[in-house]
Design a protein around this ligand. Structure first.
Ligand SMILES: [Zn+2]
Length: 71
């Protein structure tokens, strides 16, 4: 089996983001733009924690229901 790289580059696009500083495609993993040194704003850890807490609170009734069904 031989696979020819059709649409090979399309998946890379997911990890690319347009830099607001120079409008060039920059990898999302980069914290600073390699072209214009624009610093991408990083999400504060507290916001991520809040998101997890909210998700847990929303999911709690579902877990309770599953617990009742399997008890
Ligand atoms: Zn840039």
């Amino acid at each position: 089996m031989k696979r020819i790289g059709v649409n090979g580059g399309s998946s890379v696009q997911i990890f690319m983001e347009e830099c607001p500083g120079c409008a060039l495609e920059v990898r999302r993993t980069e914290s600073v733009c390699p072209y214009c040194a624009y610093e991408f704003p990083t999400q504060p850890a507290s916001r991520i924690w809040m998101a997890w807490v909210m998700a847990a609170l929303l999911a709690w009734p579902v877990f309770e229901l599953i617990g009742l069904l399997f008890d």
